[in-house]
Design a protein around this ligand. Structure first.
Ligand SMILES: Cc1cc2nc3c(=O)[nH]c(=O)nc-3n(C[C@H](O)[C@H](O)[C@H](O)COP(=O)(O)O)c2cc1C
Length: 265
């Protein structure tokens, strides 16, 4: 049986509409699940950089969320003044969204990390163990070679000893710049020092191999074949620990540590 042209066009259009509805329907219905997975992945990275779980440990999403809520306290910081902002709800604040919104961010000065806007508020995490803050976790982000890398840097309460680094989102080449996620490379960071004695940011990812943390505290091995990503990591740490990032907050903490005031909570 021969179908008319009108029938064929109508049938094709109907198939297209049904397929489009199916695709958009599943995209909409899966969105909350995707958002939750992204949140849990971020929480897992924060717990890992805090030393509260290893990156190869398999915990369920619920276990990760419970551990996170128990041990990690989100804190909002006004980046310009360095003061803690207790008015805004830290549990719902999203620094990445805030840095895209002109109402909650401002243009960044030209910088090597190619950061375009800086949020007025930043979201840091305090790691609480036995009622005391042990570690401070700061978000870092900046350009590598191909992509913006998003991660966290964990600092001891002496505000200079690095406890760890992690990246939860990056688009560098697997095996080259993508080695920022390699546990062996991340293991080179704990014990290094972020600042020199005059509180200038000194840590850098060098080209080639650095010594052990106690002899070579300000340098970390470069990623081989990925000098540009390595440089990107140095740049982003310098930016976020510097005056346009969390520098004022760190300066505040040096003079007036929160660790004592939050003890016992
Ligand atoms: C396909 C391809 C992918 C690359 N991916 C990266 C990368 O993710 N990060 C990086 O720094 N360099 C990458 N490079 C290498 C850079 O172009 C550049 O050569 C390198 O950063 C220099 O590092 P080296 O001095 O350690 O060799 C890539 C090169 C090619 C051909």
């Amino acid at each position: 049986m021969q179908h008319s042209t009108g029938y064929i066009i109508g049938f094709s259009a109907a198939v297209c509409v049904v397929c489009a509805l199916l695709v958009s329907g599943s995209a909409v219905s899966l969105k909350p699940l995707q958002d939750r997975n992204a949140l849990v992945d971020k929480q897992k990275n924060i717990l890992a950089v805090a030393g509260l779980m290893s990156s190869d440990e398999t915990l369920s999403a619920d276990q990760i969320q419970t551990l996170f809520e128990e041990k990690i306290r989100p804190v909002i910081v006004n980046l310009e003044t360095g003061q803690v902002d207790s008015e805004t709800d830290a549990n719902t604040f999203d620094q990445r969204s805030a840095s895209k919104d002109p109402e909650t961010s401002q243009p960044a000065p030209t910088n090597a990390s190619k950061i375009l806007r800086i949020p007025y508020d930043g979201l840091v995490y305090e790691v609480v163990k036995e009622g005391e803050v042990k570690t401070l976790i700061l978000p870092i982000e900046g350009m590598g070679l191909w992509s913006i890398l998003y991660g966290y840097l964990a600092l001891d309460t002496d505000l200079t000893t690095i406890r760890g680094i992690t990246f939860y989102e990056q688009g560098e080449t697997a095996g080259l710049g993508g080695e920022v996620e390699n546990p062996r490379w991340k293991a080179l960071w704990p014990g290094r020092k972020a600042f020199d004695e005059r509180w200038n940011v000194k840590i850098q990812v060098k080209k080639g191999a650095a010594g052990p943390a106690k002899d070579d505290p300000y340098q970390v091995d470069g990623l081989s074949g990925a000098t540009l990503t390595s440089r990107g990591v140095t740049n982003m740490i310098r930016f976020w620990l510097g005056p346009d990032g969390f520098g004022p907050f760190i300066a505040q903490l040096r003079d007036n540590p929160r660790w004592t005031s939050v003890k016992g909570t």
